[in-house]
Design a binder for this molecule. Structure first.
Ligand code: CP
Length: 337
């Protein structure tokens, strides 16, 4: 029997995602359970985290399981991922052994591995989590690589809570690029695009120039999702028309893919678009729209204090929902083994 991983929501059917969200609602109502009794999860963090680490560790505990955090290169051995290499560099062991050994100890493996930000052609292959999934004999969960599927579920759950319905069709959804002094991962933007179109919303990707469009893989997912689920998808560089009448504004900053590895060349374009920051004037154009962000967020750079402190900001609800949806994912994967 093949192992079921949680690497991308695109690998899961709408019915499966709806079932995870329904289970998450149950976990939000009654937080303690025994679904992971006697079970364990290894959480491999190649990058920093606050929400993901806390919510996975706590979620495992609340379901009677145990989480073990490992930070390769810090408190665990540095790992090699390429096949057939002479390992005479920094790495002390190969992912083939790491994944196989962890699979003998634990029931699930979570992985956070961001791009290296030097060559998008390499990073878009998502080779770290793909290698772990290849060698592991237990389910692997994406804790953010080049997508962030747990954030997707938490986001949809927060929107469903806010609008009081699981049916989000007809909502005008704006995914807006925001300024940040550094070029950031496209993961959450890729994820927002695919999950918002998956749930049938009318989605606008608002970004400064065509160079900030997302990888064609995710633009294509969005178009395919629209064909299958209804709704619409458009790319815009016009702030006013994108915001006007919106029901949802989701903000994220990311680096322009054509400039991968040449970030000094991207900086002047980025710096010319600081006015993409989400503020009260832009939110006033919406149809009583809600605002959210995956967090962490630099206040008064990505969004103003007034937007973050507004009752229409649901970012904290979304962050809380990470706990509930991840418990649903862990329980579902353990039950499938
Ligand atoms: N949103 C999110 O994944 O937060 P952390 O980076 O703090 O885990």
């Amino acid at each position: 029997m093949s192992i079921r991983h949680f690497l991308s929501t695109q690998d899961w059917s709408r019915a499966d995602l709806d079932a995870l969200l329904a289970q998450a609602v149950q976990f939000k109502r009654a937080k303690l359970g025994r679904s992971l009794s006697g079970r364990s999860i290894a959480l491999l963090f190649f990058n920093s985290s606050m929400r993901t680490r806390t919510s996975f560790e706590l979620g495992a505990f609340q379901l009677g399981g145990h989480a073990i955090v490992l930070q390769p290169g810090k408190d665990a051995w540095p790992i090699e991922f390429d096949a057939g290499v002479v390992m005479d560099g920094e790495a002390e062991e190969h992912i083939a052994e790491v994944a196989r050994v962890l699979s003998r100890y634990v029931d699930l493996i979570g992985v956070r591995a961001f791009p290296k930000f030097q060559d998008w052609a390499v990073d878009r292959e998502d080779r770290v989590i793909r290698a772990i999934a290849k060698y592991a004999s237990v389910p692997v969960i994406n804790m953010e690589t080049i997508t962030h599927p747990c954030q997707e579920l938490a986001h949809i759950m927060a929107l469903q809570e806010h609008f009081g319905t699981t049916d989000l069709r007809g909502k005008k959804y704006v995914l807006t690029w925001t300024y940040h002094p550094k070029p950031l991962n496209t993961a959450v933007a890729n994820s927002a695009l695919q999950i918002a179109t998956r749930y049938g919303m009318d989605v606008t990707l608002l970004c400064p120039t065509p160079e900030y469009a997302l990888d064609p893989r995710y633009m294509d997912f969005a178009r395919r999702n629209v064909a299958e689920n209804g709704g619409s998808f458009a790319l815009s560089h016009d702030i006013e028309s994108a915001y006007r009448g919106a029901h949802v504004v989701y903000a994220k900053s990311w680096g322009a893919l054509p400039y991968f590895g040449r970030w000094a060349d991207e900086k002047p374009i980025r710096d010319a678009h600081k006015h993409f920051m989400v503020d009260e004037a832009k939110m006033a154009l919406t149809d009583h729209g809600v605002f959210s962000h995956c967090l962490p967020l630099r206040r008064n750079v990505k969004a103003t204090d007034a937007v973050m402190d507004s009752p229409r900001c649901i970012a904290i609800d979304e962050a809380e929902n990470r706990l509930h949806v991840q418990k649903a994912v862990m329980a579902s994967l353990v039950a499938s083994c």
